[in-house]
Design a protein around this ligand. Sequence first.
Ligand SMILES: Nc1ncnc2c1ncn2[C@@H]1O[C@H](COP(=O)(O)OP(=O)(O)OP(=O)(O)O)[C@@H](O)[C@H]1O
Ligand SMILES: [Mg+2]
Length: 396
Amino acid sequence: MMSDSTEYSIFVAAGPQVLESILKLVDGSKRLSIADTALNGEECLEKLAAADAGIAFIDFALPQISGVKVIEYLSTNHPEVISVLLSDRVNPEYFRSGMLAGAREFITLPVTTEELEFAVERVAQVAGAGKKSRSLTQTFETRPRPDARVIVVGSGKGGVGTSFVAANLAKLMADADPDLDVALVDLNCRANDLAVIVNVEPGKTLKDFVPVIADLDPALIRSVAQNVAKKLALFAAPPEAELAGLFTAEQLRLLIDGLRSCYDFVVIDSGAYADRAGASLHEAADLIMIILTPEILAVRGGKRFIDCLERFGISKNSMMAVINRWGPLSLSPERIAEYIGAPVMEKLPESDLVRLLLDEGRLLQAGDRSEVKHAFDQLIAAVRQKLSLGDGISVH
Ligand SMILES: Nc1ncnc2c1ncn2[C@@H]1O[C@H](COP(=O)(O)OP(=O)(O)OP(=O)(O)O)[C@@H](O)[C@H]1O
Ligand SMILES: [Mg+2]
């Protein structure tokens, strides 16, 4: 049972070998303790109800009732227990079935005590968000989306408002039509700001797609989605800035194809970068929105970004610049368009409301009447026109 110094009491159900290695690791930890153990599936279900454990480690190769079945049972009947799937073998298929069953984490042994502590801490922290994403999984409707549109929002210089624009664009598009499913994807390789901006504690992240990327299907995709609003799902970046190099060009293409099959609109924050692998993201986009502020360095950055995409063979026809933080004394949109050699789609005003929204983890809403919201309405109308969606809301 939990002593004063330990923070997490864990139930372990595993075959003898896996159990022994976990017991050794927990023995070496000041922060973990064992609530109880079971050597097979039946014993696990019997003992778990009585054990005072918030976290259950379940061996994939559990005798009698399989680990995945046990996790499925726990997800349905004891959603308050956080399930972690264990395996002493690396196998994407184990990972995939565990995730679909509702496991919050997948640990492949051997690991160190520190790694185990880290994993426990992570799942414990995100447990609330995990419950939310499970309910999203249950209500999501799967249907082919032949007309899905992918919008990549990027910039040539950091800090110009790319994440703010991407998040609010996705939110207002989802608000505008209850029939549309919208995904917001954090593919900025240096920061993981979108989860903060939309005020969601990410459970699963894009990193969880890596082992199963060649095998994505709607159920698997949904298991990584975090529910932000009714029809808006976030695909969060990993907590550490480790997205750079996480996906190859081909894997990015597979990711976008998978997202297209699940959502009507996919809005991707690609941050301020365009490398060879990242360019496959821009190639797959129906619209590339380049955010810049009306200052010379940001405009130069925007031009650099556009030139770089052109060198990768991407047509300017799919690019549009958006001026953020615009004020009456700023450089004019016409001059900016001329300098960057691409059309300017819209301008969003400099506004204290933006800082307030970001500070409070809030997004714009359909009923808002602010100047910023009005500018977003115009931006969305321009996006729809560019994507040949007309004035009507439905993309179908
Ligand atoms: N329209 C605006 N009016 C006032 N402030 C703004 C506006 N847009 C963005 N900001 C400010 O700029 C900051 C950066 O915004 P944001 O994080 O969206 O930029 P970013 O381009 O995604 O940055 P990064 O390169 O770090 O990812 C915000 O914290 C906010 O204070
Ligand atoms: Mg950002």
